[in-house]
Write a protein that binds this ligand. Sequence first.
Ligand SMILES: N[C@@H](CCC(=O)N[C@@H](CS)C(=O)NCC(=O)O)C(=O)O
Length: 194
Amino acid sequence: MKLYYSPLACSLADHIALREAGAVFDLEQVDLQTKRTLAGRDFAQITPKAYVPVLILDNGETLTENIAILDWLAAQYPKLGGAGAFARTRLLEALAFISTELHRSFKPMWHAASEADRNDARPGIAAHFRLIEDGATSVYLFGDDPTVADFYLFVMLLWAERFGVEVPPRLAALRDAMRDRPAVRTALRAEGLA
Ligand SMILES: N[C@@H](CCC(=O)N[C@@H](CS)C(=O)NCC(=O)O)C(=O)O
């Protein structure tokens, strides 16, 4: 497998999942400005979407979109997916909320023309975090062990830290717990973020 990523981008969730799973994989950094990979390839030839994450599977399939990649990884490595008959449905529910509501609400933080636009976006993001905290069952979203949804949420919590967005206490604790995990430390180091 090979993951195309950019440091601190949402692809960090997939990177952490691969490390938590103990998977064998290659990593290649993408410059999202020039759309070139570190090896100098045109990223648009790897995916016409030209955004990360991209996971190339061992059978040659190219997989994009966090929800699909994280769901696929949870299916391959069940410890990343939570327990119980309804677990996958709850996992997809959480991944969909993180992707389509929370992740999307960070767009002004990365791309806004002005600080005023960023200030306008902060309360909405904080409200999304509060909703997620209300649904969390333990240290992590679904208990004492993290799932792929926690990995995605963790990236959003790192973004909150970077952009000064208020985070409720139990999600701040989740961020700390994630940071202490050896696989997470390794992933952060590999992306130059430690
Ligand atoms: N719909 C995609 C969005 C992925 C995405 O937003 N990737 C960002 C980094 S977090 C990116 O590569 N942006 C560069 C660009 O759009 O030019 C997903 O959910 O995986």
